[in-house]
Design a protein around this ligand. Structure first.
Ligand code: SAM
Length: 322
């Protein structure tokens, strides 16, 4: 039997937009750059390191939920499914589900992080010889064409959006993303989506301020990427990682704060930072189970099931597109 090889489809999401997003983000007040630009190759590796940190509970909690409930989730999805995963990252979490599903047809991971996607898709294809694996390099917040399986048709479609990545969107963007997903799955398809829960702010604070400083390196890597790809001259020692939880909107905010007054050049343009001025790099919204279900209903989904981990830290929702 010939080896199962992953196919890669590059929708070239980033060629112009990284430069545009950075120049635009540094020109506005307050300065901000969207979090999707964290995930160049070193950024993706640093995120994998974050997932193993003792303070970063979301990965362990969501993985435990998936493993404990894989048979139930697989039964609800049904046989001969096509799985699509938005923001698939290292693609480790899908494995217990692929193991539990009856005769899955295809797996289509979609991610902006091209190198990590290529490596992860190829590993998955090697581990699952009967599953057609097609990696799509795309920005999932924009419309893109999702190719149907080529080898054999699927009976159902289920999308995955794990890691509470939905929390990186603001409320309006989260609604727009879910509406787009509901349209894509409008033939009665399912969405399995992880949502981190509101909890003790100290626990949240620790998760984004780990003692080994990995989250700080992940945040600062954005400046390294700008220096390398956009001919920037950020001095990394002149910026501090700053992350805090605001319980009113229910979100972690992550910033890079300038330690002094300074000028920085990027792609031939100069930007000024005052002492203590912030470059806002990420939001991570936290949810209540009912709040998330309300959002899902507004977007055109019917909540079918929700599972929590033993410590009630994280929620995994199964939604049906209506
Ligand atoms: C928080 S990580 C989660 C990774 C994995 N799903 C997990 O649960 O561990 C977010 C992932 O989404 C990808 N990503 C972020 N924004 C994206 C976008 N707009 N389009 C495509 N991929 C994106 C990143 O490259 C990264 O792999």
């Amino acid at each position: 039997m010939s080896e199962n090889v992953a196919r890669l489809v590059d929708l070239a999401p980033e060629t112009v937009s990284f430069r545009d997003a950075v120049l635009h983000g540094l020109s506005r007040t307050p300065k901000s750059i969207p979090p999707m630009y964290f995930y160049d190759e070193p950024g993706a590796r640093l995120f994998e390191e974050i997932c193993r940190l003792p303070e970063y509970y979301p990965t362990r909690a969501e993985t435990a939920i998936l493993k404990t409930n894989a048979a139930d989730i697989a039964a609800r999805i049904g046989p001969e499914a096509h799985l699509i995963e938005y923001g698939s990252g290292a693609t480790e979490k899908v494995r217990p589900l692929l193991d539990a599903l009856q005769d899955p047809v295809a797996y289509t991971p979609v991610d902006i992080s091209a190198e990590q996607l290529a490596a992860a898709a190829s590993d998955l294809a090697a581990s699952y010889p009967d599953i057609e694996v097609t990696g799509i390099i795309a920005d999932y917040s924009r419309p893109f064409t999702l190719p149907p399986p080529r080898r054999r048709p699927a009976r159902t479609r289920a999308a995955l959006f794990l890691g509470s990545t939905i929390g990186n969107f603001g409320p309006a963007e989260a609604l727009a993303f879910l509406q787009q997903a509901a349209r894509r799955l409008s033939d009665g398809g399912l969405l399995l989506i992880g949502a981190d829960l509101r909890k003790d702010p100290n626990r949240l604070h620790a998760a984004y301020n780990d003692s080994a400083g990995v989250t700080a390196r992940f945040n600062l890597n954005l400046l390294t990427r700008i220096n390398r790809e956009l001919d920037g001259n950020f001095d990394l020692a002149a910026f501090d990682h700053y992350a805090f939880y605001d319980p009113v909107p229910g979100r972690i905010e992550m910033h890079l704060v300038s330690r002094r007054t300074q000028r920085v050049s990027v792609a031939g343009k100069t930007f000024s930072f005052g002492e203590g001025e912030s470059l806002h790099t990420e939001n991570s919204y936290k949810f209540t189970v009912e709040g998330f279900r309300t959002l899902a209903r507004r977007a055109g989904f019917t909540p079918e099931a929700v599972w929590l981990d033993d410590d009630n830290l994280f929620s995994l929702h199964l939604l049906r597109a209506t």
